[in-house]
Write a protein that binds this ligand. Structure first.
Ligand code: FES
Ligand code: FES
Length: 185
């Protein structure tokens, strides 16, 4: 049993401690916002926050995550109101969207420690691969997110999601108390 805090909830994974955190989050906890791209640490699609630091969850084992505070894209904000989420939408820095959760997590970590990053700092802190090539818009979005975080700018709220995340989770059996994970409310 490996215990950690995921999106502010205590979670216990009854899985091999060598299991990549990515698999536990996606397959056992049903947190499928974290994406599986390469599985070997190259693409960044799987980035989550571990004690506030953006890490590739395909390279972190459950054992290494023991006792840590994990934040996934589902936990970044309850209503897509995090400055990075607002700015990514406002700058249309999303095309297919597959890379977006990982980018959002890396950007959130960056803005948290440096809300006024240069383009070079952004490119260094967000090495994520994007097949659609949103990089120029990404730089604008992250700088805009920094301005929002510093209260120099406001962005209107993003449109409401088409489905309540709780409803989406209920539609998938993995969160129904089945094998692999449990959460204490
Ligand atoms: S899936 Fe983890 S870096 Fe690509
Ligand atoms: S938006 Fe398609 S991979 Fe980045």
């Amino acid at each position: 049993m490996t215990s950690m805090t995921v999106n502010e909830r205590p979670v216990h994974f009854d899985m091999d401690p060598q299991t990549p955190l990515l698999w536990a989050l996606r397959d056992a906890a049903n947190l499928t916002g974290t994406k599986y791209g390469c599985g070997v640490g190259d693409c960044g699609a799987c980035m989550v926050l571990v004690d506030g630091e953006a890490l590739r969850s395909c390279l972190v084992t459950l054992g290494e995550a023991e006792g840590r505070f994990i934040t996934t894209i589902e936990g970044l904000s309850a209503d897509r109101s995090h400055p990075v989420q607002q700015a990514l939408v406002a700058e249309q820095a999303i095309q297919c969207g597959f890379c977006t959760p990982g980018i959002a997590m890396a950007a959130a970590a960056l803005i948290g420690r440096n809300p006024e990053p240069t383009e070079a700092e952004i490119m260094a802190a967000i090495p994520n691969l994007c097949r659609c090539g949103v990089y120029p818009r990404l730089v604008r979005a992250v700088q805009r997110a920094g301005r929002v975080a510093r209260r120099r700018e406001r962005i209107s709220a993003a449109p409401a999601p088409g489905i309540d995340p709780a409803d989406a989770a209920r539609a998938v059996p993995a969160l129904g108390g089945g094998s692999g994970t449990s959460a204490d409310d």
